[in-house]
Design a protein. Structure first.
Length: 205
């Protein structure tokens, strides 16, 4: 009688990591079940569904794996142990470094894996947008903290600054995919932070 179910050599952590790299490189919708099964050691469709339930359920697991590993670079934005400027700058530089490393697909999975999708997969795009919004909220909170503790003046435009830094952060993904090296993005971050310095400068009396 033929054996069914997952083979003994199946390693869930390795399988999720393999799936993460595929989704990261090709996106949710373009990544096929056949690609996923092949990356997991050629497991059968029955084994795949027994392990993960569905492609969408696997993607949700992948997303949480990404957030808890590579995505941790964004946690600098919510680190209250640093000044707000240092938290923003460190988050940008760490994100740029991670997204340009060649040991994994370039860019950010949360940005690139469902930029465009069919109407049937709209909920996937919205799920990723919600995760990106969390990071934007961290940046906004960081800037609000800077205003409340005097690091930035009361006149600082919090919404504008939050949009500015978050837009730059999102744009790193396309720059990385286009082959722009870390050094150039890092130099751009230095220039970007000069806007913070201009905002915090005391007016000449």
């Amino acid at each position: 009688m033929p054996r069914t179910g997952r083979p003994r050599e199946f390693n869930r952590e390795e399988a999720v990591n393999a799936a993460m790299f595929l989704f990261w490189e090709h996106g949710f919708e373009a990544t096929s079940l056949a690609q996923l099964r092949a990356a997991m050691g050629g497991i059968s469709a029955a084994s795949f569904y027994a392990a993960f339930g569905s492609k969408e359920a696997l993607f949700r697991e992948v997303m949480q794996q990404y957030i808890s590993t590579y995505g941790q670079v964004s946690e600098s934005f919510s680190d209250t142990r640093m000044t707000s400027k240092a938290a923003i700058e460190q988050g940008l530089r760490r994100s740029a470094r991670m997204q340009t490393e060649e040991s994994h697909p370039l860019g950010c999975l949360l940005v690139l894996s469902a930029v465009n999708c069919s109407p049937e997969q709209k909920h996937i795009r919205e799920m990723l947008a919600n995760e990106r919004e969390k990071v934007r909220s961290w940046i906004k909170d960081c800037i609000e903290r800077a205003v409340s503790n005097g690091e930035l003046p009361d006149s600082a435009d919090i919404q504008m600054l939050a949009t500015l830094f978050h837009t730059f952060l999102q744009g790193i993904s396309t720059q990385a995919r286009d082959g722009v090296p870390y050094e150039k993005i890092d130099a751009a971050i230095t220039q970007l932070m000069s806007i913070w310095d201009a905002q915090s400068a005391k007016p000449v009396v």
